[in-house]
Design a protein. Structure first.
Length: 70
């Protein structure tokens, strides 16, 4: 039996109240498969923010120390 058929068989035997948990887990797994670029692109405004920041001169950027990262 293929994995797909086995999954279908198991899901079809679940009570309806469990299907939401199955869907939530499937969406979680799909999200894990996203690349960093896909993930960041999915955040509203992130793409524009990255593009804007990439045009900022490095000498005008905040230092790591000034933002508490070092």
């Amino acid at each position: 039996m293929t994995s797909v058929k086995e999954i279908e068989k198991e899901i079809s035997s679940l009570p309806a109240r469990s299907l939401e948990k199955v869907l939530d887990f499937v969406l979680f797994i799909k999200n894990e498969e996203k690349t960093d670029t896909e993930y960041l692109s999915s955040i509203k405004g992130m793409k524009e923010s990255i593009i804007s920041a990439s045009k900022e001169p490095l000498d005008e950027s905040a230092s790591l120390e000034s933002i508490g990262w070092k």
